[in-house]
Write a protein that binds this ligand. Structure first.
Ligand code: 5GP
Ligand code: ZN
Length: 114
């Protein structure tokens, strides 16, 4: 998607602090972190929202969790705990329309989210 910020990060056209890459997923630090560790895990393929996820995406979407698990381990969060969040559409806070898992950790996380 020519107009998509996260497609541009995947393509290397917009710089990002990339900390993990696989054939299907890329993880990089959020530009405006909401926790000591705040990483975004995205598919290389453009999928706008969870509403567009199809059965054919299952391998790709599953790989986001494998990526998140590895990042959490690398960041030293696996034992203490961390949160994975995927917002869908504006009402839930989605502002970039290329699906992404937020990986948040390094502080106590309240529940439920606001
Ligand atoms: P959303 O609001 O869609 O759930 O999450 C989008 C996230 O992308 C936000 O946490 C925001 O800080 C982050 N973000 C927006 N623009 C950029 C950017 O150019 N680079 C990086 N690394 N993160 C960004
Ligand atoms: Zn995209």
């Amino acid at each position: 998607m020519a107009d998509c910020l996260f497609c541009k990060i995947v393509a290397g056209d917009v710089p990002a602090d990339i900390i993990y890459e696989s054939d299907t997923a890329v993880a990089f630090r959020d530009i405006s972190p909401k926790a000591p560790t705040h990483v975004l895990v995205i598919p290389r393929e453009h999928i706008s929202t969870v509403n567009e996820v199809e059965p054919s995406h299952e391998r790709i979407v599953g790989s986001l969790f494998s990526a998140a698990r590895q990042v959490a381990e690398d960041e030293g969060l696996a034992e203490a705990g961390y949160r994975l969040v995927m917002n869908c559409n504006e009402g839930a806070g989605q502002s970039v329309f290329h699906i992404h898992l937020h990986l948040l950790g390094g502080r106590r996380l309240g529940w439920p989210p606001g």
